[in-house]
Design a binder for this molecule. Sequence first.
Ligand SMILES: Cc1cc2nc3c(=O)[nH]c(=O)nc-3n(C[C@H](O)[C@H](O)[C@H](O)COP(=O)(O)OP(=O)(O)OC[C@H]3O[C@@H](n4cnc5c(N)ncnc54)[C@H](O)[C@@H]3O)c2cc1C
Length: 377
Amino acid sequence: MKYDVLIVGAGVTGALLFLALKNKNINVGLIDGRDKAPNSYRHLSLNNKSMTFLKELDAWNVIGKTAFEYNQIKVWDQEGTGFIDFNVNELEKNIPNIGFIVKEGDIQNSLLSLVSDSKNLLWSCNLEKIEKINGDIHCETSKGKLETKILIGADGIQSSVRNLSSISSRTWSYNQTAIVANFSVPQTDPCIRQTFTSVGPLALLPMNETELTMIWSIDDTKAYDYLGMNEDDFINEIHQSFGEKLPEIKFSAKRQSFPLKHLSAKTFARGNVFLVGDAAHHIHPLAGLGLNAGIGDVKSLSDLITPESLLQVKQIEDKYNQQRIPINLALAAAMEAFKRGFEQKNIWIRLIRNHAFSLTNKLTFLKNKFIELATEL
Ligand SMILES: Cc1cc2nc3c(=O)[nH]c(=O)nc-3n(C[C@H](O)[C@H](O)[C@H](O)COP(=O)(O)OP(=O)(O)OC[C@H]3O[C@@H](n4cnc5c(N)ncnc54)[C@H](O)[C@@H]3O)c2cc1C
């Protein structure tokens, strides 16, 4: 089989790019090593820019049905008095909400349902080897040989496309493990709450009217203890660590864990190989921005790839790197500063940190700036 563009990885970024390029009548293929879409129960926050792009592709009609809008974010420091409240009514930008909480499986399935007629989507097809012959890329997969002019890695943090094309990356562990779980509660409100506890940031996000999803990024030295606790002890620990009174919570989906590490590919495009999403960059989940940054990559690349521009791949390569590397580096640096600032036990740093929190909360223009950054990925 021969394509103009072959995308490896049918997660959210790969499925989205497939749909966007198919809509432009580009001869595009999509492969994934899994045997089918996993219908992941994980819930993620999407910003308005991501939602607008999904709307442009007519994908929001379906995804929006189960998406839960939120209009407030409260963040506070457990070891002091620092508190920030981002409320949509106080922001300069006239926006109806700050973002949405959506089930990962719903996004992926909705995108794939829009292209389900496609014979160019291959499951159980693992990329194993690549070779450049006469400018094109010849791929060996578990389902045979595929040829393409442009190869795109949307294949996650362990990206085979990145590794097989020898694009190096900077990576380090955050020395934390994210424990994710869902809880039923009598009633939610449209607010994300996040507190910096002594073992790491703990966030509770409303999934719908009666369920919350939790992401608690816990220092590796303690994570096993928290994962090993029985459900009642774990819930008690949340009540004690959260700092704000919580209603009665009950597990509605069991704990999952994700080791957290940072990754930045040294380049996002080289020759006719491109990387999007986690294959190019992976950050700490504390601001819920990783997938939004990946959707930003897809938007940029799908604008740059047209039937005409396929003949000028060098221009696509340069523009894509210019558009996506700086913004993702800035995001990675901000996440690193946040994480490091909050792991400091030094009393003076804690004092400054709390003062900075209180000051930020009073300065509306700074709060607007934060929201702008978080929504312009
Ligand atoms: C705890 C946690 C919470 C998070 N919360 C948020 C949030 O609220 N908001 C947000 O924006 N982001 C969030 N993120 C980040 C977000 O989950 C990721 O950025 C996003 O899921 C990455 O999507 P992707 O499509 O790039 O990669 P993936 O979802 O990893 O998809 C990669 C696909 O490639 C396939 N693949 C891999 N190798 C091969 C191969 N050799 N051949 C064929 N196929 C292959 C895999 O099977 C998979 O289907 C969070 C992350 C974590 C860990």
